[in-house]
Design a protein around this ligand. Structure first.
Ligand code: NAG
Ligand code: NAG
Length: 374
């Protein structure tokens, strides 16, 4: 199965990992991430240091066929095939301004919880500059994706797109830097569901069963994108990357990106477009045999869920899994067996635009108010 293209991709990826490890772990590792494999890691790092001195930076991947006539969606499909029978890659991806080795890093406990629950996983906290290099390598052959990424006017938008891009190319788990792993991802998929039939694991963020739900959330059922697990090449990720690329470049052409308002993050890259993309996938006849299905799949199929539900190759976890302890919408507490990830956000029953205010304000600069959702 190791054709020249794959071999080249594999080689290029290994070089990147070496490169990232040397870049992101140059300060001494902190005690909480120490594991028995540390000696091996030190050796790998020594090897990587040597490698980096001898080798020039890895070249971006070159496409082996002419892709000029292809749509973004087709290019993405060509570049990263989806193999449902492959294993979930043992990666944990997070992003932040600083790496855990830097003094300013303020999420030590949260970050360590992921390492502790997932021994043997490669766990990377990616900074902006490392993200740029990594994306250049992974998406060099699909320039419009890179153009869209660089055109996004707020860091929060880039952070959203980055998670879809890294999972699409490499798979594994993405989780926001302010999340705690309560249980290992090994437990996320129920034992009775064979892992070779699943390619994407998502959780419910919000299930506001009240008449005024639209004042608080953009969708009646909202899927969460602060924690996602996927295999590489998953069609949902392919679709959301194509959508964001298209809408960003359209706005760029029309000169609308410079006046982009923080309250529209949910629609351009955030939970609203994420939820729509997933719902469309569930109703997409390219992927699902609609002949025997009884009607459209929509929020009604997910409201009030207390256990996991599989739709095609997607496992949807109940609200308790990624939002335990919020005290509403049926979410149970942190000690529930279905509670997998804890997200540290202040204020839960607040409009979305206000829940994002911390993040958005940081991007806007102090003193500037994030605009309220219309
Ligand atoms: C976005 O998609 C539409 C419909 O497929 C297409 O006509 C348009 O050219 C695309 N825009 C960009 C900037 O890619
Ligand atoms: C979704 O719900 C509809 C009724 O609202 C039902 O007919 C259909 O079988 C459900 N589909 C799945 C996959 O649960």
């Amino acid at each position: 199965m190791l054709n020249p293209r794959r071999a080249f991709i594999a080689a290029a990826f290994l070089l990147t990992v070496f490169f990232l490890i040397t870049r992101s772990h140059s300060s001494e590792p902190s005690p909480a991430t120490k594991t028995e494999s540390q000696d091996a890691q030190a050796e790998a790092q020594a090897a990587a240091n040597t490698q980096q001195r001898i080798l020039p930076p890895p070249p971006p991947q070159k496409p082996m066929i002419d892709m000029s006539g292809m749509s973004t969606y087709e290019k993405l499909a060509y570049q990263y095939e989806y193999d449902i029978e492959s294993k979930f890659p043992a990666y944990i991806w997070q992003t932040w301004k600083h790496t855990p080795g830097e003094g300013e890093f303020q999420f030590r406990e949260q970050e360590a919880s992921w390492s502790i629950e997932h021994p043997g996983f490669i766990h990377e906290v990616i900074t902006d500059s490392v993200a740029d290099t990594l994306l250049q390598l992974l998406y060099g052959s699909i320039p419009e994706v890179l153009e869209a990424y660089h055109a996004l006017p707020l860091p929060v938008l880039k952070a959203d797109l980055f998670r879809y891009l890294i999972l699409y190319a490499r798979g594994g788990i993405y989780s926001d830097i302010d999340t705690y792993a309560i249980r290992s991802a090994i437990e996320w998929i129920p034992a009775q569901i064979p892992k070779e039939t699943v390619g994407l694991v998502i959780g419910i963020e919000a299930d506001p069963d009240r008449p005024d739900w639209a004042d608080w959330y953009s969708r009646r059922i909202q899927f969460c994108q602060w924690t996602i697990q996927s295999k590489p090449g998953h069609p949902v990720l392919r679709d959301i990357i194509s959508r964001i690329t298209n809408s960003t470049l359209t706005m760029k052409k029309e000169g609308k990106l410079s006046q982009f308002q923080g309250n529209r993050v949910v629609d351009l890259t955030g939970p609203a477009v994420w939820t729509d993309t997933i719902m469309d996938y569930f109703n997409d006849e390219r992927y699902f045999d609609m002949a025997n299905s009884k009607g459209k799949i929509d929020y009604r199929n997910f409201t009030g869920m207390e256990t996991s539900k599989r739709v095609g190759d997607v496992v949807v976890l109940p609200i308790t899994s990624f939002s335990p302890g919020v005290g509403q919408m049926g979410a149970k507490d942190y000690d529930d067996p279905m509670a997998f990830v804890k997200h540290d956000f202040e204020g839960t029953w607040k409009p979305e635009s206000e829940r994002h205010i911390g993040e958005v304000q940081q991007e806007l600069g102090e003193g500037e108010e994030a605009p309220k959702q219309q």
